[in-house]
Design a protein around this ligand. Sequence first.
Ligand SMILES: Cc1cc2nc3c(=O)[nH]c(=O)nc-3n(C[C@H](O)[C@H](O)[C@H](O)COP(=O)(O)OP(=O)(O)OC[C@H]3O[C@@H](n4cnc5c(N)ncnc54)[C@H](O)[C@@H]3O)c2cc1C
Length: 483
Amino acid sequence: MRVPPIDCDPRASTGERSARARVPRGRPGSAVLVGGGVVNLVTALKLVDHGFTVELFDRAPDPRLDRPWHEYGCTRGGGNARMFTVTEADQYSGMVLPDGEGTVFDAPPTGFGWDVRRESVRSVHDREWIREYEDLPWWLADRYETGIHDLNRSAEQGWERLFEAHPVLAGGTHLRRGILRVYSTAESHQRAVSRHDWVGDRLETYTEAEVRDRFPMFAHAGKGRLAGGIKVRGFTLDIHRFVALALDVLQARGAGLHFDSEVTGVDLGGGGTIEGVRIGSESVSARHLVISPGAYGNRLLAELGLGGRVAGVLGIWHTLPDLTGQQHSVKVSRPGRIAEDANITLGTAGGRPSLVVGSGYGFAGTSADNVDPDRVRVIQRSVDEMMRTLLPDAYEAAGGPAWLAHDPVFCVRPWTTTGLGVFDVRATATGRCVVTGGHNTGGFAQAPEVADAVLASLLGEDHPMHHLYAVARSRGSGHPSLR
Ligand SMILES: Cc1cc2nc3c(=O)[nH]c(=O)nc-3n(C[C@H](O)[C@H](O)[C@H](O)COP(=O)(O)OP(=O)(O)OC[C@H]3O[C@@H](n4cnc5c(N)ncnc54)[C@H](O)[C@@H]3O)c2cc1C
């Protein structure tokens, strides 16, 4: 591990040596955060705002160095866009294959499933994970979804509070409000109108002709590809910029940022109480620990009895030019396609307005890097077909199918069997250890709510997420009345 030069910025240090030197041990209000994705970054901001001393460790390089995408976790490794909607972190239970023979986790993309794992690597944890997914009854999934949406609604307020507390995070990130949702079939359009009325976030409804007329990126969409749209509450922003600015804010507020610093384990004291974490041969202690490793933390989580709780589901990214000056980012729904959902987010690339497309689901199992490139290419071709038929002008301007000659950029979302995130709290020698993660399609959207729940834990207060995302509940080990 590299030792930082003596004259480097002391708050953005790298490696294990810096860890021991800089972390205040056992001081009241000190917290060590493991993982620097969006979930823990927003948590770090919350803790710093409440007077905690924060030291954050991530095994990846400093995101501000703009290293190649595959060196980073989900937040910084994916495309430069994320979206908040009230239904962002959603329920994906009961996703059966078109032939009814199993769920999407049982077949590769060629069979309309999500499985992109290499044939030769299938772990027992993967099998258990899939079985737990299949065992979730629909009525319980429905109940979970109501709770998830309630947390999303609170997160919406949380985002506004965060932007008020740190205006640069809204002003410097290409924030765009109001999301257009478009549907490829009349039936899915109709269902969406009812659903979003029930959720309470629908602002407007459009016929196919209105979508083409008012949102010119779709003016030349293929015949039969669009059935209508709605506008809902929500916003999008440049996530890479958000991450960089959040790190700047944290640094200015005295947080210690340690990159290239992999946490290899948890230190237990005599009675089995957590005392800190290990970084290489160094031990780091603090009053509180907050561990949020995304889809990459199963080895670390296994030490806490949480191994195999979180699997990885990858999605693909591509960037097109915004030729028509769009005002709203878009969600696409195309039932029956391999890449059936997509986000098209307004952003900037090379200083020019752009459309950042994120789409597809590829199940990597409980090892986030267990990915067969040939299977990912099947998803890539479906994303290509979506862009070619829905956004033909932007697609051609970006070079058409030329991107298919290269492996796509993708990132791996942390995903749970139930749609409920993970929220685990236990005592440390001097405070609490909180593990957060999961959140499926909505880790960005839910981040401020996770931050509130972590703060509440460290202050010994109650928060609805403590109950909804308690691991015992989603494991089915609790009494039904707890569910
Ligand atoms: C195509 C696509 C589109 C998406 N769009 C949206 C969207 O519009 N809205 C939305 O809400 N969500 C979206 N998501 C999901 C969202 O991006 C993720 O849920 C979120 O980024 C996960 O953040 P995280 O902090 O949990 O994990 P990560 O970003 O993966 O962060 C975890 C960090 O922990 C570090 N780490 C892991 N293990 C260790 C260790 N042992 N020691 C030290 N560090 C460690 C990793 O390096 C990583 O930086 C999308 C995902 C995909 C794939």
